[in-house]
Design a protein around this ligand. Structure first.
Ligand code: GLP
Length: 260
């Protein structure tokens, strides 16, 4: 696991965008995994800028979102389908037909979760998975106690996560209780994971993820078993890391050609 401490969210976005750009240069038909929440927004801004100003080409890429609320209408501004469209698909050259979001309105949610797993597999698996981090250590919507081998399925949100996400809704009562999320095992299958976290509210979760024991109580800690994870954090989110100076030293001494 590589930990990169950056100055601010913009720098985090630029660094993550460079990983996406390098991947697309090698593999124009790459499969991206997309996260929602506020942490990846500077990344999507930078991808949009590179598309407009530098000709970054996503026309052959495919994307799969991590999660979706159950029962929320598709065109609700807080649905992850809407967020991914607004922040990503409509601002880059990707074919909208190749941008997938779990279906939180499916009549048969269990079958729809299995179909989502099949679609990821049929696309060749995810090359680069963007992740945020919940204050309780969740990735996707895999709340504490999630099976570390889980696949795409229905989960119940904790009240903490509902409160955290209420800012995207007109009131807390509007936040759904249930979601569909890629499982922890699904995320672990991605070939490269780039996790973005910023702000002091994430400091303990970042410490647990990077330095804590691997435990379903901090689901992100399972990434310690992942062969290629890059954790990009700002100073505040890095503030509880015991080995922060060491991570800085490692990154500063890294040759440019290595990339992320
Ligand atoms: N399902 C999303 C997660 O994928 C995201 O990582 C988390 C953190 O969001 P933020 O980046 O806004 O702190 O929020 C939601 O719970």
């Amino acid at each position: 696991m590589e930990v990169v401490v950056v100055k601010d969210a913009r720098e985090a976005g630029r660094l993550a965008a460079s990983a996406v750009t390098a991947l697309l240069a090698r593999t124009p038909d790459a499969v991206l995994g997309l996260a929602t929440g506020s942490s990846p927004l500077p990344l999507y801004d930078e991808l949009a800028r590179r598309s407009t100003e530098e000709g970054l080409d996503l026309s052959r890429a495919t994307a799969f979102a991590l999660d979706e609320y159950v029962g929320l209408r598709r065109d609700h501004p807080a649905s992850y389908r809407s967020v991914i469209r607004r922040e990503f698909s409509e601002r880059v050259t990707i074919d909208p037909a190749r941008v997938h979001t779990p279906d939180g309105l499916a009549g048969d949610l269990v079958a729809s979760c299995a179909a989502y797993e099949d679609a990821i597999r049929d696309a060749g698996g995810i090359d680069l998975q963007i992740l945020g981090l919940g204050a309780d250590g969740h990735i996707g919507f895999n709340e504490p106690g999630s099976s570390l081998a889980s696949r795409t399925r229905i989960k119940t949100l904790t009240e903490q996560t509902r409160r955290d996400n209420a800012r995207f809704f007109s009131s807390l009562s509007e936040v759904p209780h249930h979601v569909v999320t890629q499982g922890v095992g699904t995320i672990m299958d991605a070939r490269h994971v780039v996790l973005l976290a910023g702000g002091a509210a994430k400091a303990q979760a970042v410490h647990g993820l990077v330095e804590g024991p691997v435990t379903a109580m901090c689901v992100g800690s399972v990434l310690q078993f992942h062969p290629h994870t890059t954790v990009i954090v700002d100073e505040a989110a890095a503030s509880a890391l015991l080995l922060a100076d060491y991570y800085r030293q490692v990154y500063d001494g890294k040759p440019d050609w290595q990339g992320l």
